[in-house]
Design a protein around this ligand. Structure first.
Ligand code: AFD
Ligand code: MN
Ligand code: MN
Length: 424
């Protein structure tokens, strides 16, 4: 389904007066308004193909209806999101769920929707029909070189699919680990992983990046072979300049100070990509900003600080992606909410008076430092984010438009009630 521009205009006309009132009130106090609006307009967050359908839990899956049944429909869904919020201009694909059988056609469709291809993801955490060896005991870290080779070959295949579409990065997330003490030799598991990644790295095109994701737990519960940012950074440093750490917000032990991790990775120029989501307990994959919005703001505060220090472009310097899985809400609405929360946190962090913060830090003025951060965080920037969207032709309130126009019902009419998306 392609969203008609008239529908957006009609929606905006209805909300325009109220929006203008809010925006005028908010912007009168902002010194660098044009700069912030420009940054907000440029900022794009890639949508994961696997979040377009209803996610499951360990106990079951309650499918929605009108889910995208193939890659074309997944692209159309992201096109819809992008038409509404003008900030979802990229998709992150997962192979083998999203194999492009006709890459040129897929590229053309994506181009017509204004969608680019972000990092491609490999999958060596599930067995596929007809594969020779099982990943039950791991993939790149496996004790059997034949299993490692199969997993390496899969990653090379993923790179090739990515090349055919214009992707510029490969994300490797491994489920490799152990659930019981003694099950693994940690050192050998790490070295096998490094050797496998080295082979993959060898096949990476010159202008590509390799994102090494880490995760502290799950599906294994005693050890994960790439368990934290230290292990990921160790690998990235050993691999070379094209390898980076990817931070997924849900992949830390409880109460980890993620903003500090982000700050140090940026200092080392080794932060490559980001997976946004939120969580209360573990890798809950909930809507970004739904549980800990202050943490999201503090992370953006460090991101901006570190990126500005190195002269990195906010929009293109890192791979910005959502990694979420919704099992209750309409996935498209949930993604709109996530993108909105991310942009709100980004806008608030852009408001921080960095010079004053630096001065407060240098003079150990703790109260002032706290006031500066909280002053930005407590600013209601929604009208700012909406204004940026409006200037790009998006909707003032994407969620409201989606609901009022019954977009899901239109998708169901088009695709049927029983379609189930491939993915997690
Ligand atoms: C799972 C993992 C990880 C990964 C994603 C896609 O926990 O976050 O990025 O699957 O492979 O959510
Ligand atoms: Mn992730
Ligand atoms: Mn995850």
């Amino acid at each position: 389904m392609i969203l008609n521009k008239q529908v957006v205009d009609q929606h905006n006309n209805q909300l325009l007066d109220k929006h203008k009132r809010n925006f005028t009130h908010l912007s009168s106090d902002i010194t660098h308004l044009d700069y912030i609006l420009e940054k907000l307009q440029q900022f794009q967050i890639a949508i994961p193909s696997w979040a377009l359908g209803t996610g499951g839990t360990r106990f079951g899956r309650f499918s929605g209806a009108g889910e995208p049944g193939n890659l074309e429909q997944k692209l159309e869904d992201v096109g819809l999101l992008h038409a509404l919020n003008k900030s979802s201009g990229a998709i992150s694909l997962h192979i083998p769920w999203d194999i492009p059988t006709d890459a040129d056609k897929i590229k053309q469709l994506a181009g017509s929707l204004g969608i680019a291809f972000d990092a491609v993801n490999s999958n060596t955490f599930q067995d596929q029909p007809h594969q020779a060896y099982s990943y039950k005991h791991g993939s790149l870290h496996h004790v059997d070189p034949r299993v490692r080779k199969q997993a390496v070959d899969h990653n090379i295949e993923v790179i090739n699919y990515g090349k055919s579409l214009g992707s510029k990065a490969l994300t490797v997330w491994l489920a490799d680990g152990s659930s019981f003490p003694g099950q693994l030799n940690f050192r050998e598991a790490f070295q096998n992983t490094l050797a496998s990644l080295q082979e993959i790295y060898h096949h990476l095109p010159e202008d590509w990046k390799l994102f090494v994701e880490y995760k502290a737990f799950e599906p294994h519960f005693y050890s994960t072979t790439i368990g934290d940012w230290g292990q990921s950074l160790l690998l990235a440093n050993k691999l070379g300049p094209k390898a980076y750490t990817l931070v997924d917000l849900g992949h830390h032990l409880p109460n980890a100070n993620i903003e500090q991790i982000v700050s140090l990775l940026l200092m080392e120029k080794k932060l490559g990509g980001f997976h946004f989501n939120d969580s209360k307990y573990a890798d809950d994959d909930l809507t970004a900003g739904s549980i800990k919005p202050y943490q999201l703001f503090l992370i953006f505060n460090e991101l901006i600080d570190g990126m500005d220090l190195h002269g990195m472009d906010h929009a293109s310097g890192l791979g910005w992606m959502i990694d979420a899985s919704h099992n209750l809400k309409d996935p498209l609405i949930d993604l709109l909410q996530s993108v909105e929360a991310i942009k709100i946190a980004y806008a608030q962090a852009l408001l921080v008076d960095r010079e004053a913060l630096k001065k407060a830090q240098q003079s150990n003025d703790i109260v002032k430092a706290q006031e500066l951060l909280q002053d930005a965080f407590r600013t209601d920037v929604r009208a700012l984010v909406a204004e940026a969207r409006l200037r790009m032709g998006g909707a003032i309130d994407p969620v409201q438009l989606f609901q009022e126009n019954e977009i899901r019902s239109q998708l169901i009419a088009e695709r049927g009630v029983n379609t189930v998306a491939t993915g997690l």
